[in-house]
Design a protein around this ligand. Structure first.
Ligand SMILES: [Mn+2]
Length: 288
């Protein structure tokens, strides 16, 4: 199992100087850095190659996360939005191939955060999303990328709230590069059994996020880590486990994640680094 961290732990926007974080997480002992896709469409080919090389030079591999904007929604009932979304993901996957990134995860079958002031058509959106994810998933396969559909809690998404729904959706898509992605933060809200949810994704689990119930770093809360570790081991999960803590207010990240209090009051970057390192050691111990 490989262990990573999402750069957004330290930042308040869905973009950053990823070169800085490649160096930082390598120093902290991580195997992997997860980056946000938002700025990638604006990168030149040379910038993509430079980032790939920087990661390789530091012995770090990259994974990608994305929360699609409303006009990147593969489930939309608006044909123009569906067309735009497919073009966006096809272009993005080609960029990930240049970056030597083999995993993208997130609510990449819908959009995020969902605007619940609008009516929800779950069956219609499900059907459109299955068809469009199938199309995009075939491009992902050509690019060597696993297209991992993150199961999200009800407050952030409505198509895939449980591992059971994730498995059903992925089986309907029926393209090997399209996989299920789980996150302990979301599972804590929705699943009857966290271990059971993980075991139900055997053979289909492509990516995994960790965090405590309030999104502090792993090891600071009441998440059942031993149960999670045992379940991941039982299904032979050999992918990447990326911690996704959010402890600071502010910016677009704080707004989208709904961080309305400082989870670690007065924390400095130095202390954040130390906490990440401690969480990494904890995660390696409890998850393997
Ligand atoms: Mn997540």
């Amino acid at each position: 199992m490989k262990h990573g961290i999402y750069y957004a732990y330290w930042e308040d926007q869905w973009q950053a100087d990823y070169f800085k974080y490649v160096e930082k997480v390598a120093k902290l002992g991580f195997d992997c850095l997860e980056i946000a896709c938002s700025p990638l469409p604006g990168y030149t080919r040379q910038q993509l190659i430079d980032l790939k090389n920087a990661a390789a030079d530091h012995g770090i591999f990259l994974t990608a996360g994305h929360g699609p904007a409303a006009d990147q929604n593969l489930a939309s009932s608006d044909p123009a939005i569906q067309k735009n979304a497919k073009a966006f993901f096809i272009d993005l996957l080609k960029r990930l191939e240049i970056l030597d990134i083999h995993t993208i995860g997130g609510g990449i079958y819908s959009y995020w955060p969902v605007d619940y002031s609008k009516p929800i058509d779950k069956p219609g959106d499900w059907a459109r999303s299955v068809a469009n994810v199938r199309e995009v998933g075939k491009v992902a396969a050509d690019c060597g990328v696993d297209y991992c559909l993150e199961v999200l809690n009800r407050f952030e998404g409505y198509l895939l709230n449980t591992a059971a729904e994730g498995v059903k959706f992925v089986r309907e898509v029926d393209v090997p590069s399209v996989k299920v992605m789980l996150d302990t933060f979301h599972m804590n809200i929705e699943e009857d059994s966290i271990g059971g949810a993980i075991r139900s994704t055997k053979g289909l689990l492509g990516h995994f996020h960790t965090g405590e119930c309030n999104r502090r770093v792993p090891g600071r809360g009441r998440t059942p880590w031993a149960e999670i570790g045992a379940a991941l081991k039982e299904i032979g999960y050999d992918g990447c486990v990326v911690m996704e803590p959010f402890v600071r207010m502010g910016g677009k990240v704080g707004k989208d994640i709904k961080v309305w209090r400082e989870l670690e009051p007065g924390i400095t970057e130095e202390k954040m680094d130390a906490d990440a390192k401690e969480a990494l050691e904890f995660q390696r111990k409890v998850l393997g």
